[in-house]
Ligand binder design. Structure first.
Ligand SMILES: NC(=O)c1ccc[n+]([C@@H]2O[C@H](COP(=O)([O-])OP(=O)(O)OC[C@H]3O[C@@H](n4cnc5c(N)ncnc54)[C@H](OP(=O)(O)O)[C@@H]3O)[C@@H](O)[C@H]2O)c1
Length: 249
């Protein structure tokens, strides 16, 4: 196998979708740095693979992001060819369990975690090295949905951030991408108690994500027709939108 990327860094890569991506790229020969908070799980996972190097990191700490980005740059001599910002946490939430603390925790990781990473990465932008930086968002960021009132806004903010940054960074060394996967069977969706249309296995989602990254284009969203349905939903007038997404009692 020939590696598409010589070096990569998957932040939030020790379980679920991120872990699957790490398995697939390292099997192709990419040398992958892998980050997450839980050191034991991270080291155990990386030890099971060739070419995977654990680098413990909590993206909610700005200083830690700065330090780890600098460490990786000094080890490789430049930024990795591919960086996937995939770390997130999720608590299903509606009006019955609406909780500011839980919302703040999700915002701190899912949105501000990416902000912290981008602040550190942008310091290396002038180096001129081509680097693909992909943020994993979610279609739940497109429109407000029942059960997603805590998580959805974190992904809406992330999509908006990456749209703005991409407008700033077009035709520069940074190739920005936003990834919006549908439902994937992971420990996050294990928390859902509603039917999940076109639920993907992590292997399948990982393959689709990597195939999208190998092509051009800012947005990588899958699987259809579920994604197409959600995109159309977002375009509807509110009176019709709320009829369709009404919470079943
Ligand atoms: N599953 C789905 O259906 C689905 C759908 C759309 C989008 N997504 C998005 O896809 C991404 C992966 O989700 P998943 O379902 O694969 O979740 P997962 O299995 O829980 O994986 C999340 C990864 O992020 C790490 N992480 C969490 N908080 C972190 C922090 N503060 N700093 C660094 N690493 C952290 C976790 O390890 P530690 O806990 O050890 O830190 C783990 O490696 C997320 O961005 C999620 O929002 C998922």
């Amino acid at each position: 196998m020939t590696a598409h990327w010589k070096t990569a860094w998957v932040v939030g890569g020790s379980s679920g979708l991120g872990a699957e991506v790490v398995k697939q790229i390292t099997a192709d020969g990419t040398k992958a740095y892998v980050s997450a908070r839980n050191k034991k799980t991270l080291e155990g996972f990386c030890a099971s693979l060739e070419n995977a190097i654990p680098v413990k990191l909590d993206v909610s700490h700005e200083g830690e992001c700065l330090q780890v980005v600098n460490e990786i740059v000094s080890t490789i001599g430049e930024l990795p060819d591919l960086i996937i910002l995939n770390a997130a946490i999720y608590t299903p939430m509606g009006c019955e369990n609406f909780d500011p603390k839980s919302i703040a925790d999700m915002m701190q990781v899912n949105y501000l975690g990416v902000v912290n990473m981008m602040a550190a990465l942008l310091l290396h932008h002038q180096a001129g090295k081509k680097t693909t930086i992909a943020a994993v968002a979610s279609p739940s960021g497109w429109s407000g949905l029942p059960g997603g009132v805590g998580y959805g806004p974190t992904k809406a903010a992330l999509i908006n951030l990456f749209e703005g940054l991409n407008a700033e960074l077009q035709n520069t060394a940074f190739d920005l991408r936003i990834i919006n996967p549908g439902f994937i069977r992971t420990r996050l969706t294990d928390l859902n108690d509603f039917p999940m249309p076109q639920l993907m296995e992590p292997e399948d989602a990982g393959r689709r994500l990597l195939s999208g990254l190998k092509k051009n284009g800012f947005e990588i969203s899958f699987p259809n027709p579920f994604i197409l349905f959600l995109k159309l939903l977002h375009l509807l007038p509110y009176w019709l939108y709320f009829k369709l997404v009404r919470k079943k009692s």
